[in-house]
Design a protein around this ligand. Structure first.
Ligand code: NAP
Length: 291
């Protein structure tokens, strides 16, 4: 099975390397050629000149680019060589509607599409431990399984096209709630003068604990927020959640509040920090209180 990879960003570098290690990777393409050259120097893979050249040479094309318009521009670049037997797997985080549009365009030429957004971060991409949420036809997913397995052990078929992205959006809402709760709690604990490391160790084992509390409250305790999950990326994902909920006539309070907080943080130059930087805003509430 010849597999090509498009989008050698923070995620794509690790994912393509794992495809190479599984003996599946035939060629790569990246908009900025320097990144393809670096991957070629590392693993010796062929570089395609264009997305179409890559798709013409492969049975499966995996895409991992930034946002909705970027996915559709890559799909459009592939379309002239799309044909029965070609399968395109999109691992970017975009809207369900973009997934359905991509599938429709490819289907008109007889090619197949799966939306397969991932969770597990750059570390999961590098280690091949991503969890993958899939939307599309079950039989097509079986064809994709060897490729997906090279990138992560958890492969969940959520339903038809767009359902993988809907599951990913659900995950991003959970992350927003978890980081909001952790930031409020840590600012409160600090104001009460509690021993923060002991609070994290103890409460992290309880019912109120979460991955974000256990792993990111320590950033809050140290007031240092090195990039893990950047504010501007989570904001992009929450915009997708906001639009999807709005299409059903609903505004979700956690999403609205978190996007408002992120807008403030980005204005103040914190957009490239980890989302635990939200603590800054909650800590400031206590600092500015007169009591
Ligand atoms: P990144 O480091 O910013 O890389 C983005 C990649 O997309 C680059 O290779 C970029 O090419 C390419 N790209 C962007 N626009 C393009 C276009 N119009 N045409 C062709 N290529 C284009 O981003 P990332 O962190 O790898 O994330 C990629 C996707 O995975 C995003 O949808 C993100 O939300 C999702 N994701 C990220 C994480 C994470 O922890 N980082 C976790 C799960 C999911 P250039 O090199 O030319 O800029």
């Amino acid at each position: 099975m010849k597999t090509g990879f498009i989008g050698l960003g923070a995620m794509g570098v690790g994912m393509s390397r794992n495809l190479h290690n599984a003996g599946l990777l035939t060629a790569v393409w990246n908009r900025t050629i320097e990144k393809s050259a670096a991957v070629q120097a590392d693993i010796g893979v062929a570089i395609a000149e264009t997305p179409a050249e890559l798709a013409a040479a492969c049975d499966i094309v995996v895409i991992c680019v930034s946002a909705d318009d970027d996915v559709l521009s890559v799909i459009d670049a592939i379309l002239p060589v799309a044909r029965p037997g070609l399968l395109v797997i999109d691992c970017s985080t975009v809207s369900s509607q973009t997934a359905r549009t991509a599938a429709e365009r490819l289907n008109t030429r007889g090619a197949d599409f799966l939306d397969c957004p991932v969770t597990g971060g750059v570390e999961g991409a590098r280690k091949g431990t991503l969890a993958i949420m899939c939307g599309g036809d079950a039989a097509v997913l079986e064809r994709a399984r060897p490729v997906l397995s090279a990138m992560g052990p958890t492969i969940a078929h959520m339903g038809p096209t767009g359902f993988g992205q809907a599951a990913k959006a659900t995950n991003q809402i959970l992350c927003a709630g978890a980081i909001q709760a952790a930031a409020d709690a840590m600012a409160f604990a600090k104001a009460e003068g509690l021993p923060l490391d002991l609070v994290i160790e103890t409460l992290g084992k309880g019912a109120g604990g979460s991955w974000y509390f256990v792993n990111r409250a320590p950033f809050m305790a140290r007031e240092s927020f090195p990039p893990g999950f950047r504010v501007r990326l989570h904001d992009k994902d929450l915009r997708i959640c906001e639009d999807m909920a709005a299409a059903r006539g609903v505004e979700l309070p956690t999403v609205t509040m978190t996007r408002r907080d992120y807008a403030t943080l980005m204005e103040r130059g914190h957009g490239d920090e980890d989302i635990s930087t939200l603590f800054r805003l909650r800590d400031a509430l206590f600092q500015s209180s007169s009591r």
